[in-house]
Structures are given as structure tokens and as C-alpha cells.
Design a protein around this ligand. Structure first.
Ligand code: THU
Length: 134
């Protein structure tokens, strides 16, 4: 199976577990890491609304917890009227482990509808290299 199809299936499967009783907007995300492994998650909301987390955040955390530090591609899926784009905070989360050309696939539950690069969605981002950490 083509890798973007694997990401699509993984994200859709995670989306089935989305916990979104407040927005009823169910999102799945899958990240392809450098090893070839795929990490997926869903949005998990909270009665204290700001505590909720996006699907992308969970997938990136799972990737990092597995010891991986490089995102090759991301796929986000939802079934809203409009295509789901990663929110600004999630673009910054992706940027931490990706580069300008990292692919971001946007899907509804029936198909992948759009392919972007990180630089299309976040042309400027705050880079860790700008911190005086070494
Ligand atoms: N959401 C995501 O999971 N990812 C995004 O990039 C945008 C928004 C979730 C957060 C919240 O649970 C729901 O969608 C409605 O905002």
C-alpha cells in the first residue's frame, strides 16, 4: 500500500476513538516518522475546554515517546464541511520535527483531498535553532 494510504487508514482508525463530546468534531492524525513507523492519534477534549488536545499533538507525542525526532509526513482527517487544516499551534508542533518540505495531507473520511508542504501552511515559524541553547 502507498505510504499516504497507510497514513490515511491509520488516521481514520484513530479518529474513530476521538473524544469530542463538546465540539462533536472528530479528528484523526497520523505521522510518518523517519524510521517508517506511523504514529496516530485523535483529538481528546475536556470539560475544561482549554485542556483539550488536538489529534496532531497526540500523534507527535507518541512519535517522540518512541524516541523518534523526524517527521516525514503528516495526514489529518475529519469529516467537516470544510477540509481540516492543522491549527496554528499544531503547525508549530509539526515544525519542531519537520522541515519546509514536509508533506501534510488533508483528508475527509472518504479520500485524501489536498497535499501541502509545511512551508505552504506555515511559511515562517519560530525555530529552536534561534535559541541560545548551545
Ligand atoms: N482539532 C484537531 O484535533 N486538530 C486541528 O488541527 C484542529 C482542531 C480539534 C480540537 C477540538 O477537539 C476540535 O477539533 C474542534 O476544534
Amino acid at each position: 500500500m502507498e505510504i499516504k494510504q497507510i497514513l490515511f487508514e491509520s488516521a481514520k482508525k484513530a479518529r474513530l476513538n476521538a473524544y469530542a463530546p463538546y465540539s462533536e468534531y472528530f479528528v484523526g492524525a497520523a505521522v510518518l516518522a523517519e524510521s517508517g513507523n506511523v504514529y496516530a492519534s485523535c483529538n481528546v477534549e475536556n470539560v475544561s475546554f482549554p485542556c483539550g488536545v488536538c489529534a496532531e499533538a497526540g500523534a507527535i507525542s507518541a512519535m517522540a515517546a518512541a524516541g523518534e525526532r523526524k517527521i516525514k509526513a503528516v495526514l489529518v482527517v475529519s469529516d467537516g464541511k470544510e477540509l481540516v487544516y492543522p491549527c496554528g499551534a499544531c503547525l508549530q508542533r509539526i515544525a519542531e520535527f519537520a522541515d519546509d518540505n514536509t508533506l501534510i495531507y488533508l483528508a475527509d473520511t472518504s479520500e485524501i483531498r489536498k497535499t501541502c508542504r509545511l512551508q505552504d501552511l506555515l511559511p515562517y515559524n519560530f525555530k529552536a535553532t534561534e535559541l541560545a541553547h548551545d
